[in-house]
Ligand binder design. Structure first.
Ligand SMILES: Nc1nc2c(c(=O)[nH]1)N[C@H]1C(S)=C(S)[C@@H](COP(=O)(O)O)O[C@H]1N2
Ligand SMILES: [Mo]
Length: 193
């Protein structure tokens, strides 16, 4: 059984735009527009709900830079809903995160990993990432970001029985890139490994 959504078929980047919804406003950015935003490249660790982790070098734009560019000033206590492109025959993948937390933890919209554009499997053209949270809170093949006052479990998250918060927990993880297992004694982004 395919538990999650597969990458879109016959994907054409020329027909893609990232939609951002804030209050009554709708913004649309093409891949070209995204590549013109302030760029950052940084090595950060992703952690999977299945207790493994990998450090990669990610390139993209900080969420706060995107908001600055669009002149979006959300009030405190809002949420950010991410939605994927999806397939014609399948529901898209969606998840909602706390917006203040995403901004405070330097969440990014990412187009490249280790110097190469993401593959469709990795989330081409764009992937949201809050490294403070487990990978299931990060949507691949991003289509829309919506600033909302609703905090709800995503369709697949609900099916899988995942927790709505998704914070990286104090736990023993397997660090694939280091080929080592280690107990991590604090919550959130793993910075010291
Ligand atoms: N579009 C989309 N994004 C998604 C998913 C998905 O099925 N579709 N799965 C989520 C889940 S459950 C996980 S664990 C991670 C997996 O990320 P990876 O493929 O980079 O390991 O992506 C998340 N983002
Ligand atoms: Mo997952």
């Amino acid at each position: 059984m395919v538990l999650f959504e597969e990458p879109p078929k016959n994907f054409d980047i020329n027909n893609w735009k990232l939609t951002i919804l804030f209050n009554e406003n709708r913004y649309e950015l093409s891949y070209e527009d995204i590549m013109k935003l302030p760029q950052s490249t940084i090595s950060r660790r992703m952690v999977c709900v299945c207790n493994w982790s990998i450090r990669r070098t990610w390139s993209g734009t900080y969420l706060k830079e995107l908001f600055k560019y669009l002149n979006i000033k959300p009030k405190k206590g809002m949420y950010l809903k991410q939605e994927s492109i999806g397939n014609a025959d399948k529901a898209s993948y969606d998840t909602t995160v706390k917006l203040d937390d995403a901004l405070a933890n330097d969440a990014m919209i990412i187009h490249s990993a280790d110097g190469k554009p993401l593959t469709l499997e990795q989330g081409f053209p764009l992937r949201f990432y809050n490294f403070h949270l487990l990978a299931y809170k990060s949507v691949k093949g991003l289509k829309a970001l919506e600033i909302t006052d609703k905090y709800e479990l995503g369709y697949w998250e609900k099916k899988a029985g995942y927790d709505i918060g998704g914070i990286v927990r104090k736990k023993k993880y397997y660090f694939v890139d280091l080929n080592t297992r280690k107990f991590i004694a604090n919550e959130g982004e793993i910075k010291d490994m």
